[in-house]
Every structure is written in structure tokens, then in C-alpha cells.
Design a protein around this ligand. Structure first.
Ligand SMILES: Nc1ncnc2c1ncn2[C@@H]1O[C@H](COP(=O)(O)OP(=O)(O)OP(=O)(O)O)[C@@H](O)[C@H]1O
Ligand SMILES: [Mg+2]
Length: 275
């Protein structure tokens, strides 16, 4: 695939993602829609503007990655979409879909087994008790942890714990999965495996994903679209479409080429902010 096929949307929306670009309009179908969302923390002289009029539309089934400097408001944005906090201005709609949030740390209950951690999420969404064990086992199988259901978190590796967290997020049967640097603490091999898993899972169901990462290659490896946020206060300053043409590899030339364009854009933004 040539570099010209890896397009920057502002300049020339690519045919491969034209439908999604159209969905980005005010009236298109959306799984998540943010309209001029601002968030101020604190009051008076201590007030801090974290997000500034962020507008963003994510189409059903779309995988959108958010990238931006530390402190630019990425986690804030996810917590607003998850409904954990209210925007100061603007509106957020998730079209009534179920939303699930996955953090950088697996945040499992340490006294519960992997299976029980997943079962808890199943119970919360009303799965009948007799089905819990079986459904949890299926989900653990999905993340390649079959046979580990009886282990407690401390008996699992970091990557395995994060896979349990992924199974728990999937147990919520969410329409929208919000992922905040979920693989940031993992080694490259485990992270690659989880990328494959996530890609496979997204291929088997209509799951809309909003994925925060500091790793530009990871964003290009996974995303249909990569949104670049400005340094704080977070604003959308650019977006890049990534055509889907079969499985990608994080170390492929295409991924590296687009990632380097995006990295240059980020550097430019950071140096502008720093000057
Ligand atoms: N609950 C809070 N109360 C006050 N300020 C907050 C709160 N949460 C975040 N902030 C501030 O809002 C800004 C954005 O924080 P946020 O955690 O959203 O950034 P981020 O882009 O996720 O950063 P990182 O990449 O380091 O995770 C920061 O300046 C932070 O100090
Ligand atoms: Mg964060």
C-alpha cells in the first residue's frame, strides 16, 4: 500500500473511509457524539480548563484512537463519555448504548478469581445466576485465558490480568468500549497479542471503540481514525483516516509511515505549546 493511501482527512477524505467521514456530519449516525464539550475543573482563580469545545462523532462500529500530550484531557474526555462526570458546557450522546470503560490498570478485585471478577460484571447486567460460570468461561476463552478462571489476580501475569480486565469489559456487553491506555504497561509481545485479540473481537461484533494511547504506532495499528488533541486545553486539532485493508502489523511500513506523520504533528503541537 502506498503512502498516498494513508490519507490525512482534512486534506482529502479517502474513499475507503468516505462513509465514516460522512457520518461525521451533524446528522449522520453516531454511536458517540460530543458537541462543543468543555470541561473546567475547580472554580475561580483555581479553575482549570481541561477540554475546550471538543466536537467529535464516532460512527457505530468505528475504532477511533485519541492521541495527545500528557494532561491534554484524554482521560477527562473518556470519563465524560462514560458518564462518570458532567461536562461544563456542550453535550454528549451515546445514543442509549451501553458504555464500558477499561483503565490502564486492570483494577480487578484481588480476592476474587479471574472467573468471579468477570461474573461480577455479568451479574451487574442481569445474567441469570446459573449461566454466570459458563458465560465467564466463554469470555475468558475469548481472551485466551481458558483454564485460568480459578486463578486470583496475583497468580496471573500483568498481561493476563489485563486480559481478564478485557473479558470483564466485554462481559458488560457494551456497545461502546472506552479504553484508556489499556496496554500501556505491557511488554511489546503481549501488547501485540492483545491487539490481535481486540481486532478479532471487533471483527465479530459491532463494537464502537474510543481508545486512548500515547503510542502513535498502536493508534495506527488499531484505529480506523486517529484524532490528535492539542496540548491542554484539549481541542481536536487534526484527524487521520487509516484505511482498513486486512490485518495490520505494528511494525509494517504503512503503519510506520503514517505514525511518523502523526508524530511530527504531535511534536509540532508540543513545541508550539512549549514556546
Ligand atoms: N478530577 C480532577 N480534578 C481537577 N483537575 C483534574 C481532574 N482530573 C484531571 N484534571 C486535570 O485536567 C487536565 C487533564 O487531565 P487528564 O487526566 O484528562 O489528562 P490526560 O490527557 O489523560 O493525561 P495523561 O496522558 O497523562 O493520562 C490535567 O491538567 C489534570 O491535572
Ligand atoms: Mg490519562
Amino acid at each position: 500500500m502506498s503512502l498516498t493511501q494513508w490519507q490525512k482527512t482534512r486534506q482529502e477524505p479517502g474513499p475507503a473511509r468516505a462513509a465514516s467521514a460522512a457520518d461525521d456530519g451533524a446528522h449522520g449516525r453516531a454511536a458517540v457524539r460530543l458537541t462543543k464539550v468543555s470541561k473546567v475543573y475547580g472554580r475561580g482563580s483555581a479553575a482549570l480548563l481541561a477540554l475546550d469545545k471538543v466536537s467529535l462523532t464516532v460512527a457505530p462500529g468505528e475504532f477511533v484512537c485519541l492521541i495527545g500530550a500528557s494532561g491534554c484531557g484524554k482521560s477527562t474526555l473518556l470519563s465524560l463519555v462514560a458518564g462518570l462526570d458532567e461536562p461544563t458546557a456542550g453535550t454528549i450522546s451515546t445514543e442509549g448504548g451501553r458504555v464500558s470503560l477499561m483503565f490502564q490498570e486492570p483494577a480487578l478485585f484481588p480476592w476474587l478469581t479471574a472467573s468471579r471478577n468477570v461474573e461480577l460484571a455479568l451479574r451487574a447486567r442481569g445474567v441469570p445466576r446459573p449461566q454466570l460460570r459458563q458465560r465467564a468461561a466463554e469470555l475468558l476463552e475469548t481472551v485466551h485465558l481458558g483454564g485460568f478462571g480459578g486463578k486470583r489476580p496475583h497468580e496471573l501475569s500483568g498481561g493476563m490480568r489485563q486480559r481478564v480486565a478485557l473479558a470483564r469489559a466485554l462481559a458488560q456487553d457494551a456497545d461502546v468500549l472506552l479504553m484508556d491506555e489499556p496496554f500501556g504497561a505491557l511488554d511489546a509481545m503481549t501488547r501485540d497479542l492483545l491487539h490481535d485479540e481486540l481486532e478479532r473481537i471487533c471483527g465479530t461484533q459491532t463494537l464502537t471503540v474510543l481508545f486512548v494511547t500515547h503510542n502513535v504506532r498502536e493508534a495506527v495499528r488499531l484505529g480506523d481514525r486517529v484524532i490528535v488533541l492539542s496540548s491542554r486545553p484539549g481541542r481536536v486539532i487534526d484527524e487521520y483516516l487509516v484505511p482498513r485493508r486486512g490485518p495490520r502489523r505494528i511494525d509494517s511500513v504503512e503503519v510506520a509511515e503514517l505514525a511518523s506523520q502523526i508524530t511530527d504533528r504531535l511534536r509540532e503541537e508540543m513545541s508550539r505549546h512549549g514556546s
